[in-house]
Design a protein around this ligand. Structure first.
Ligand SMILES: [Fe+2]
Length: 197
C-alpha cells in the first residue's frame, strides 16, 4: 500500500498491514476488504501530512477495526477492544488513541457504558484524526469509495432501527459530517481530487 512518490517509513505500515490481515482476513473477510479500502482512502490525504504522520494515519486506517476480530473481541465494543489489543503489543499511545476514538466512538461508548475504558486514551482532535474519520466514513463495508451520507444511511439500514449502533450513528452524525467536511476542505485547498476512486 506504499506509494513510492511519498516519503514514508514503511516499518509501522508493514506491521499494521500484517497485523490487520492476520486478525481479520480469515475470520472477517468483508471487514478486511473494508479496512484495506480505508487504508487506500487515507493515502489520498497523505499530501496534507508529514512523512511520520502519513505513516501513523495509514497504520490507524488499516488497524481501526481490528477490534472486531473474534480473537480480540473481549468487551464487544471494537474501538476499545482494538486499542487494548494494540496497547498490549506495544503500539504507541497515539496509535491506540486514534483507534480508540475513531469515527466518534465516544458516543457509542456512552451508550454502552464503556466511557471510562475509552478515556484511557486521548482523542487528539487534529486534522490527522479528522482524516482518519473521513477515510472510514467515505469507504463502504466492501472497501469502495462512497460519501458520508450514503455511508451513514447504509449503517442504519444494515443494523436496523432498534439497534444501538443505529442510535449511535444518528447521534454522531453532526460530528462525523463536520470531520469529513473539514478534511474535504483541506483536500480541496491542497488541490487534491478526493473523488477519485
Ligand atoms: Fe471502519
Amino acid at each position: 500500500m506504499v506509494v513510492a512518490s511519498y516519503a514514508v517509513r514503511v516499518e509501522l505500515l508493514e506491521w499494521a498491514q500484517r497485523t490487520s490481515e492476520e486478525h481479520l482476513s480469515g475470520s472477517l473477510p468483508r471487514r478486511w476488504a473494508h479496512v484495506q479500502g480505508v487504508g487506500r482512502r487515507a493515502q489520498q490525504a497523505w499530501a496534507l501530512f508529514s512523512g511520520e504522520e502519513r505513516e501513523i494515519l495509514s497504520a490507524a486506517a488499516v488497524l481501526h477495526d481490528v477490534g472486531y476480530a473474534p480473537d480480540l473481541a473481549t468487551t464487544g465494543f471494537h474501538p476499545l477492544d482494538g486499542a487494548r489489543f494494540l496497547a498490549s503489543v506495544g503500539a504507541s499511545a497515539r496509535l491506540c488513541g486514534l483507534v480508540a476514538h475513531h469515527s466518534c466512538a465516544y458516543r457509542e461508548a456512552e451508550l454502552r457504558g464503556l466511557t471510562a475504558g475509552l478515556t484511557t486514551w486521548t482523542d487528539e482532535v487534529t486534522p490527522l484524526r479528522d482524516a482518519l474519520w473521513w477515510a472510514d466514513m467515505s469507504t463502504t463495508p466492501d472497501g469502495q469509495v462512497t460519501n458520508v451520507c450514503d455511508r451513514i444511511e447504509e449503517i442504519q439500514k444494515r443494523y436496523g432501527p432498534e439497534d444501538l449502533v443505529t442510535l449511535f450513528i444518528r447521534q454522531a452524525k453532526p460530528e462525523l459530517l463536520a470531520a469529513v467536511e473539514r478534511t474535504e476542505e483541506r483536500l480541496r485547498t491542497a488541490g487534491i481530487d478526493y473523488t477519485a476512486k
